[in-house]
Design a protein around this ligand. Structure first.
Ligand code: NAP
Length: 362
């Protein structure tokens, strides 16, 4: 059978360790989990079953395997040390028979975005970032339509615009939005992304000042920061905010203090196959997963066993191609979720009315 494996790792140390080891998760404090994660071996997590293409009827199976490092460990250990553990995890996937390995969350953020890792693995590797971009951009446009934000008159801000996901997401959205603010830490690299967005048709400014987020009707935020960076004072009333980062970029204080902005998790997708099951609770409802997981599964359904997305320089063409492949096999945008909960239709309607009232008062 065609198949794939996907490497996950704990994002929220206590919560995620508890999912696999309830006792350890309960008794160990976070610093101890961060410290001990270095000494844990790669782990088999679950067998993924029942994923079926709507286009061809083909079924694929897969496996979740886990690299034990926490985000704090991934970003503070030397990249070579992290690579070694991710490669060992990929080798576990190979022993299970995987024909393609997807790199989840920080396993693709570290270093060169999977290039070095792929050289030591005998099967193709993908970061899944192309479909993460496709699904986040689609969700952002859908949310804008719900909130009656007219794209040809809107201002977009992308936070983390120099990153693998941020740069190409900005370029894609610049095809539809005339004003783009690129926010990042490195102004030289921002200039490169600015040129790409201008070519797509937008007027672009660059900054390292998060306060300029207040200009934006649409925000896509996707940094690799360990702590939340978008705070209540940064957002314009009525704004749509797509948070693609894991862990989240948008602070919980935004949920508590701002009932006039629509914040949702970007890159969430429903997989095809009525019986599809991950056989592991990683915090999303059944049949829902992250874009990076969905890319890996879609490639297996398509029989495209190749290093599809590697490195930090993604292209718009790649993103559009994987979006087409995934759509054909039946992957769909999942319902909106915000701060770990589904956003009910009633709440979306309340936000829509509030934004409309706010605009009519201007
Ligand atoms: N939802 C999904 O399906 C999904 C899938 C894959 C990845 N992700 C998440 O997406 C995020 C980004 O991934 P990526 O592959 O694009 O990573 P990346 O290429 O390393 O880019 C991260 C960007 O964030 C910036 N950054 C880091 N810390 C920051 C801070 N404190 N303030 C402002 N900017 C900061 C970096 O700037 P410098 O380079 O200048 O440091 C870089 O531009 C991660 O959180 C990852 O877990 C989500």
């Amino acid at each position: 059978m065609d198949n794939f494996a996907f490497i996950i790792h704990p994002l929220d140390p206590k919560r995620d360790v508890k999912r696999k080891f309830p006792l350890l998760g309960r008794v160990l404090p976070v610093p101890a989990i961060n410290f001990l994660s270095r000494f844990f071996p790669p782990l088999y997590i679950s067998h993924i079953t029942g994923v079926r293409s709507e286009a061809t009827g083909k079924e694929v199976e897969g496996w979740f395997v886990a690299c034990p490092y926490t985000p704090q460990r991934m970003l503070t250990l030397p990249p070579e040390t992290v690579y070694r553990k991710v490669i060992a995890t990929a080798h576990l996937a190979e022993r299970l028979g995987a024909k393609l390995v997807g790199l989840g969350a920080y396993t693709s953020v570290v270093g060169d975005g999977g290039i070095t890792i792929s050289r030591s693995v005998n099967v193709p590797v993908t970061t899944g970032d192309s479909y993460t971009v496709a699904s986040a951009v689609e969700a952002t446009k859908k949310a804008a339509a719900i909130m009656a934000i007219d794209l040809p008159r809107a201002t977009l801000a992308v936070v983390g615009a120099t990153g693998a996901i941020g740069a190409v997401a900005a370029e894609l959205l610049a095809e539809d939005v005339p004003q783009v603010v690129l926010i990042g830490k490195r102004l030289d690299r921002l200039a490169e992304v600015k040129a790409r967005c201008e070519k797509a048709g937008a007027q672009v400014s660059v900054t390292n000042d998060l306060n300029l987020l207040r200009q934006a009707d649409l925000v896509l935020t996707v940094t690799s920061a360990l702590e939340a960076i978008v705070e209540p004072q940064h957002l314009k009333s009525g704004a749509v905010v797509c948070d693609v980062a894991r862990p989240r970029d948008v602070s919980k204080a935004v949920a508590e203090q701002r009932d006039d902005v629509f914040v949702f998790e970007g890159g969430l997708v429903e997989i095809p196959g009525p019986e599809a099951s991950f056989n592991f609770d990683f915090g999303l409802p059944p049949r829902m997963c992250y874009g990076c997981m969905a890319e890996t599964i879609a490639l297996a359904l398509e029989g495209r066993y190749e290093n599809y997305t590697l490195g930090k320089d993604l292209t718009v063409a790649q993103v559009k191609e994987i979006a087409g492949i995934a759509r054909r096999h039946g992957f769909k945008l999942a319902g909106f979720r915000s701060f770990e909960h589904a956003v009910p239709e009633t709440e979306i309607e309340r936000l829509r009315l509030k934004a409309a009232r706010g605009r009519s008062l201007l």
